[in-house]
Design a protein. Structure first.
Length: 194
């Protein structure tokens, strides 16, 4: 079996084929745009990226792309990425981290509260009830599954602590967004973490 990698003038592999016979007479154009590869390369190329080094006449498997944002630059034979694409990807990463932090837990005094969307609605509801009834007292299940009784005044303070937690997450997100927008290199972006 003969394994061929058909490519364009940059080395981009367009088609991978296997044949039992070599190309016949009259297929010079076909022969000029192909290289033979090993059976192992042929099957590896089914899942791994490769290109043809035209000068060497070989199939090359570079390291995997650093991210989904990267594309292969056939001229430099390296992975590359547009800064705007990298910035957009970094912002998606930061937003996901911000949302995870916002919806994790927050502290009020020595107590840790869950603050996923459902917990936030429950806390807001408790705060509204506390505004209506100053004599309210409520048993609350904390993040560690212990219970604690809180007064109306304490529930309002817990609501304020939740609000501050959400605000802090978004303030930090805005600061990091500014750093992302100001970044001029991939290294600058890699240094930005939640």
């Amino acid at each position: 079996m003969i394994y061929y990698f058909l490519h364009d003038d940059k080395g981009e592999v367009l088609v991978k084929e296997s044949h039992t016979l070599a190309p016949t007479e009259g297929m010079e154009v076909y022969a000029a745009a192909k290289v033979e590869g090993s059976e192992a390369d042929f099957y590896r190329a089914q899942s791994d990226f490769c290109y043809v080094d035209i000068e060497a006449g070989t199939v090359v498997f570079p390291e995997p792309a650093p991210s989904e944002t990267h594309y292969f630059d056939y001229e430099s034979k390296q992975w590359a990425a547009d800064l705007a694409d990298l910035q957009a990807a970094k912002w998606r990463e930061i937003k996901a981290a911000r949302d995870a932090d916002e919806n994790s837990t927050f502290d009020w005094g020595v107590h840790t509260f869950q603050c996923d969307q459902t917990s936030q609605m429950r806390i807001q509801s408790a705060v509204q009830a506390a505004i209506i009834d100053d004599s309210l007292s409520m048993i609350w299940t904390l993040a560690d599954n212990t219970t604690q009784t809180f007064t109306a005044s304490e529930l309002k303070q817990i609501g304020q602590a939740l609000s501050n937690h959400v605000k802090d997450c978004h303030d930090r997100g805005r600061i990091l967004r500014g750093q992302i927008d100001a970044a001029t290199t991939e290294e600058d972006l890699e240094a930005i973490v939640w």
